[in-house]
Design a protein around this ligand. Sequence first.
Ligand SMILES: Nc1nc2c(ncn2[C@@H]2O[C@H](COP(=O)(O)OP(=O)(O)O)[C@@H](O)[C@H]2O)c(=O)[nH]1
Ligand SMILES: [Mg+2]
Length: 349
Amino acid sequence: MKRVGILGLPQAGKTTLFEILMQGAGAAAPPGASARDRVGVVRVPDERIDHLTAMFNPKKTALTQIQFVDSAAAGQGKPGKGQDLFTGVRQCDALVAVVRDFENPAVPAVKGVDPARDLRELEAELVLNDLAIVETRLERIEKEMKIGKKEAAAEGEVLKVCRESLEAERPLREVDFAPEQERLMKGFQFLTLKSLLVVWNQDESSTRQPPTLGRHALAITLRAHAEREIVALPPEERAMFREEMGVPEDGLTLVIRKCYELLGLISFFTVGPDEVRAWEIHRGDTAVDAAGEIHSDLARGFIRAEVIAYTDLMSFGSHAKAREKGQLRVEGRDYLVKDGDCVEIRHNA
Ligand SMILES: Nc1nc2c(ncn2[C@@H]2O[C@H](COP(=O)(O)OP(=O)(O)O)[C@@H](O)[C@H]2O)c(=O)[nH]1
Ligand SMILES: [Mg+2]
């Protein structure tokens, strides 16, 4: 399961977002401000699973999941000596940055409400943090090179590319690295290399628009306060309230789905009377990768995958009809699985 770290300046709405995510998931997070990181799991909403459940009436249904971390320290002020403000999110696969675009007299914004400025400051902090790591390591490598130790030469070259980008205030996620270079950088867990979802936490009076961001980054607006009131309602009353409060789109679904996309994930489905289930794989994964996600035995004994796209299955109305009409495609191990493929793996025991 992938992990997403929430960061932002104090009073931006990080904990509010975390708590409504958890409430929407039906798993209550421990309440209140916390000195420690809080971690919780959400299901990734997928309407297609609802429709497949209606078709198969299975005993069990399962969605994919993402873990969220509300970091106690991330971006909460100036780092102290030897202290890393970002420890809680460094190990995450992607980041959500919450920026404040709401007035609230109970929690006045010290420097005034200016989400664009806050986002710039936050990005600058991430860049500086990565740059410090790059420079420390480069110094070390250069010393080694001087005494003839050349093992880290390739790593040094990649780090120089990183330094150049960061010195120009360009996040590493916008740089084209070769897979080999990415492998050399992996251990550093650079913050600006992670995909970034910016949540512009807005109240109804704001007319500000979030910016368009570069590669592997995206900004969306969310009305955290309104969403908090909505998720507190019984599910059947939510739609009407959305209408009344002028929040037509389900903001939490949007946050979770966008994180899923930014993580590079897509879903394939397994269907049947026992279970309808969504599985996570990376965009670009093959049929044998998909088999391995279900069980390593299926990957090992892989013979073929029988595949039908979700939309095709829906238009045939049943699995049996699709099969009868010969509409289950037979695919080999190198088939690139598409988002929404309904897959059955044939394998040797
Ligand atoms: N009016 C308003 N208040 C909010 C909103 N989001 C959060 N708050 C309030 O702002 C304060 C700080 O929120 P919190 O989620 O704890 O921020 P954090 O410091 O980033 O974790 C709390 O009192 C929240 O109730 C919002 O969208 N509108
Ligand atoms: Mg908080």
